[in-house]
Ligand binder design. Structure first.
Ligand code: RP5
Length: 435
């Protein structure tokens, strides 16, 4: 039991809040967090926070923007209520993929290879990544028959929007988890929008202007600043989040930041659940994640391979195509893909497809954050991945119902211990030193 501490939860992940509190032996603090009909957030902290050490747990799940504003408002409310210190605990940090620029001069860097190679093999995952305007025409269940054809009938084409300026505000919205859950099977009620920067038809409408450098908002930095502002008067906002996409991001904050790691949990899963794991190969699905994956391979004394994405202009298109190439040998071996997050599932399913083609006998994908947005779940169900292992930094109950390949690892003991340590002024890095 920890004293003089208040744990509050946002609306993003109530189950994790309860589990963290159980681990600490305290009840979650009472608060009201609702919305006015206009959509504005309303927050009341019902427990006294005067002189207390307050921790607010909010992950970047479902309505990411709303959740972030709720968090800022809660931080501010606690400050106004004379909390001694307020710590934002973010198991998945919002906008952490956007401190860097997603565009290169010639357009989006992650454009897909749309032409089959000589032997008819393509690197596309199934179903394809949805683009803005694509109407999702069936439920998120495992049956994906006909989805590709239906996805091809894009709303952009139906509305004749292609070739005209696209107003993002008028575009389709990603449904919330609750909306997805309540959608009747076969419903065409929702449009899925993910990874706008991959949409060729949208990009084609935005010609770069000569003599002008295209700027892309670095939203991640702004989010860091906003959070600090919400409780900055005492310069005591600390952050805990697991496996930051870009570790340099830590330096953007003016306040202490504690970064937690999912690696020990993933490593333990490999050791305890993958038979003869020493004979398996650890693989990074792209060069950016190589350091992360080699760390696991080195610590477990395992072989390592890398999937390299190559981007070249082709005759067929002015856009760039990405092809994937395996560096290493996986023939007749079990493969363990390691990544920090799975969003649409495009990266990991394409990697799995390549590994299968190169002779892998079984494929595990171990990923810290299982966002699984859009059509990620049918895509995983249809993929060469045998088991997908994710932590519960975002809610996984509904995902598990829809995907039998999914295994989840509980992060609540790690977050509870981190909170206990921050509260007592103990080291956080020691937590990960021998793991
Ligand atoms: O392909 P999806 O799942 O949408 O996105 C996940 C990938 O995008 C990258 O930022 C992550 O590191 C990961 O490799």
């Amino acid at each position: 039991m920890v004293r003089n501490i208040v744990i509050l939860g946002g609306n993003s992940h109530p189950e994790l809040v309860d589990n963290v509190c159980n681990n600490l032996g305290i009840a979650p603090g009472e608060r009201i967090l609702t919305k006015f009909s206009s959509g504005e957030s309303r927050c009341e902290i019902k427990d006294s926070v005067r002189g207390k050490d307050v921790y607010i747990i909010q992950s970047a799940a479902d309505s990411v923007n709303d959740g972030f504003i709720d968090l800022c408002i809660m931080v501010s409310a606690c400050k106004t209520g004379s909390a001694k210190r307020v710590t934002a605990v973010m198991p998945l940090f919002p906008y952490s993929r956007q401190p860097d620029v997603p565009y290169k001069k010639a357009g989006a860097p992650l454009s897909k290879a749309s032409h089959p190679t000589k032997n008819g093999y393509t690197f596309e995952s199934v179903p394809g990544t949805p683009h803005p305007g694509i109407t999702r025409t069936q439920s998120l269940g495992p049956d994906i028959n006909g989805l590709d054809t239906k996805l091809a009938r894009t709303k952009l084409a139906e509305n004749g929007v292609n070739g005209t300026t696209c107003n993002k505000a008028d575009g389709p919205q990603t449904p919330s988890g609750a909306e997805r859950r309540n959608a009747p099977s076969g419903s065409s009620a929702f449009n899925y929008t993910t990874h706008d920067y991959q949409n060729h038809s949208l990009l084609a409408n935005f010609k770069s202007k000569p003599g002008y450098k295209q700027w892309v908002a670095q939203a991640g930095t702004l989010v860091a600043d906003l959070l600090t502002c919400a409780g900055a008067d005492h310069h005591v906002l600390t952050e805990c989040r697991m496996d930051l996409h870009d570790p340099q991001y830590q330096g953007f904050f003016d306040v202490p930041v504690d970064n937690l790691y999912g690696k020990p949990l993933l490593k333990r899963y490999i050791q305890q659940h993958i038979p003869n794991y020493k004979e398996a190969v650890v693989i990074s699905p792209d060069a950016g994640g190589a350091k992360r994956a080699t760390a696991v391979a080195d610590e477990l004394d395992m072989d390592f391979a890398l999937i390299h994405k190559e981007r070249r202009p082709t005759k067929y298109s002015e856009m760039r195509n990405a092809s994937m190439m395996l560096v290493g040998d996986v023939r007749d071996r079990v493969c363990i893909l390691i990544d920090d997050l799975i969003d649409t599932g495009n990266t990991i399913t394409r990697a799995a497809k390549l590994l299968k083609k190169e002779g892998a006998t079984a494929i595990y994908a171990l990923v810290t954050h299982g966002i699984l947005s859009g059509d990620a779940i049918p895509r995983i169900n249809a993929s060469a991945i045998d088991k997908l292992i994710v932590t519960n930094t975002v809610p996984q109950l509904e995902h598990k119902r829809l995907c039998t390949k999914l295994v989840t690892l509980d992060v609540s003991p790690v977050f509870a211990e981190a909170i206990r340590r921050v509260h007592h002024g103990e080291s956080i890095s020691v937590l990960f030193q021998f793991n």
